[in-house]
Structure formats: C-alpha cells, structure tokens
Ligand binder design. Sequence first.
Ligand code: PMP
Length: 440
Amino acid sequence: MSQDTAKPAALPEATRARLRERFFGRKEVAAARGPALPGFRPAAAFLGFEQHPAFARLATSQAAARRMGVENPFFRVHEAAAGATTRIDGQECLNFSSYDYLGLNGDPRINRAAIAALEHYGSSASASRLVAGERPIQRALEEALAAFYGTQSCAVFVSGHATNVSTLSSLFGPKDLILHDALAHNSIIEGARLSGAHRRGFPHNDWEALERLLAEIRPSFERSLIVIEGHYSMDGDTPDLAKFIELKQRFGCFLMVDEAHGLGVLGRTGRGIAEHCGVPGDEVDIWMGTLSKTLAGCGGYIAASRTLVELLKYTAPGFVYSVGLAPPLAAASLEALRLVQAEPWRVEALQRNGRLFLEAARARGIDTGRAEGHAIAAVMIGSSLKATKLSNALLAAGINVQPIIPPAVEERSARLRFFLSAAHEPAQLTHALDELARLL
Ligand code: PMP
C-alpha cells in the first residue's frame, strides 16, 4: 500500500454539512451545533470516514492500480472448498493460498464430526463459557491439545488473533518486558502493546542480538517474556528453539511460541518446532496455536500449565467476555487433530512437497528468500506492483497465489507467497514453477 500522506482538499461548508448529517445523523449534528457546545467548530476528522487518512491512502493506491489496469488480487471469491485446488470465477485452478497444510479441510470424517456436533448442540455456544457453561466437545478438544503438547492444560478461544491479543495483554503489565521477533505476527504485537509492558522487537531469528538486549535491559523489569514463532508465515523459516530456551533459562524469562504454522508441518510427526529442533517442549511456558490452519476449523489455543490456563479462563478478556468456541468447530478441529496423528503419511507428503518445491524453484533460478523447504515458500519480487501483476497473470494461467505487499512486509520486499499442502501432486508444483519462471 502506498505511503502517500497527501491531505484531502478542504470541502465547501455545504458539502461538509451534508457529510456530517450523512455519517452522524441529524440529531448528533444538531447536538454538536447546539448550545451545549458553544463555539464548537467540527474539525475535518468530524466529517466521516471518507476523510479518514487511512481510507484516503487506500483509495489513492486503489485508484492508481485501476489507472494502470491492475486488477485487485485481494478478496478473490472461492466457489469450492479451497485446498490444493479451488474454483475462482468458475475457473478450476491450482491453489497455493490455503493454510490447509495437511489437506484436511472438507475431509468427510471431519465434516461428519462437525455435523454430529451441529445436530446435537446447535450451531452456537451462545455466550461465554464462564456464564453460559461448557460443552463436552470444547473440553475434549482442550484435553486433546494439552495431550498433544504434553502440557497440563489448554484453553481454546474463538479466534487465533484474539488468543494472542488477550493472552499477552492479560498476563503482562507495565512493570514487565516483552521481547518479540521483529517479524512476529500482528496479533503478538497488538497483544504486547495492549499489555502496557515495555515492548522491544529483536532482529529476526537473531538470538545473539536478543542475548545482548537481555543483558542490557532485563534487570530493569519484573517479569519478562520472549515471544517467537515456530514457523514464520511470511518467509517460511524457523528459529533455533534450543538457543531461545537457553536464553530464557539464563535470564529468567518466560518463553512463548506461536505454532500457527508449525502444527502438522514441522517435525517428523508434525508436532511442531520442538520436534523439528529435537528439544523437549516442556521448556516452553506458553504454546500458542490456531485452529484455522492444519486443524480445519477456526479459533486459537493456549497449551500451558494448569495455573496459567486457569488464570486465562478467569481473566483473559477474549475468553471471559467472548462466546465459547462453536461446537461444530470444536468437533471439526478435534477430529482433524486425531487425523494428524492417525495418518502420518500426510505430514510426510507435505514435507516431501516442501523440499521438492524449494529445490525446483532454485533450479529455475527463482529467489525464495529465507524459505527452508517446509510448507511456505516466499518468492521474492520486490515491487508491490510487479508482485500484484504476477499474481493476476498466474491466476489467468489457472494458478492462485497471493501477493504479499507492505504493510504486511517491509517496503520493497513484496513477494508471492506459496502455501503448500500434502494434497498437492509433485507435478502441480513443477507446473506452477514453470509458469512462474516463464512470467518472470
Ligand atoms: N499467529 C500467526 C503466526 C498467524 O499467522 C495468524 C494468522 N494467520 C494468527 C496468529 C491468527 O490466527 P487466526 O487467523 O486463526 O485468527
């Protein structure tokens, strides 16, 4: 998105009045003009969201793209269960934009589990579990996740994003320190900001820089948390978990790992970054993950000690003041987690595809940045316009892959991001890369 900061031109008073009434209603405008606010002159900000600076920036970059004849690649409508393939605008295409890493979304066994829960409990849990009560399926999912991570307990939330925001903001406060990887997901940064803790990003995957930072500032704070991800979704690389564990022990910190893209992807049996690095997972204090990716559902979870989970269940706003996970979604993810473990060939197929894609991309001279050959490969393009045009050209050739542009990534580091699945055939991967190499 453009960094254009041009201010909108001043509008005539008659237009401003009309806009005020349209966005705020006659009553509010009359009240603002009334005797209660003598001398009140509505600022430009009062005019409504068309005048919002972020909207103005968005409109400017969209208009520029239209002028250049570049179609908007976002919000494409999928008319099928999007997996290794999908249907967009009636066209069957290869799909590299789904987090369905193990090809489980739409699996008849998962669908049947969701339907059974739907018929038994209905579609909604209707209110917070604290007040409206539990459904056994929610507890069963939490127990299965805790067993999977080898933790004492687990809490599931209705959104992965809200899980991070709510967990970080409720566990830490102004006397604490939160150190996160510079490429951490927005939900981690938002949660850290909301907590009021002192927040510092450290260079991506750079545990040596983190060590220097800890030596310098750790003593000034009470509790301290290091937050990393198991598998970084914009680049497809992984941290050296053992080094982060060593630092957390030496400097007396907690360690939180977001496994949104690690579960089902990393490690011989898909157990994630601890299995991938060959280190015990019990040194991680907070395992976080989402239900929306490998687990074919929607929601997030925290697997941790009994104490920490109980604390969250009674205090985290996104748990206490938000509805419990919908029973059909809980059932779907529970069945998906069973299948991750019962069908290890899926993890093997995904890992084979990851390696094949990386090798085949390199053989064609394609720059895959920091990708390590797991389930995510970023093809580095640089210019946002070029990445968007490539995405559109690939779609025209029957290949759906999304451009990732700022602010999701740094300026001039736009890329095409390929999400791979266990369900992709090797020939589909090489075909997509041949098309990409031709277009590049
Ligand atoms: N953490 C990471 C690392 C993510 O990539 C995402 C979203 N893709 C989230 C958290 C939020 O999860 P959800 O989309 O399930 O809300």
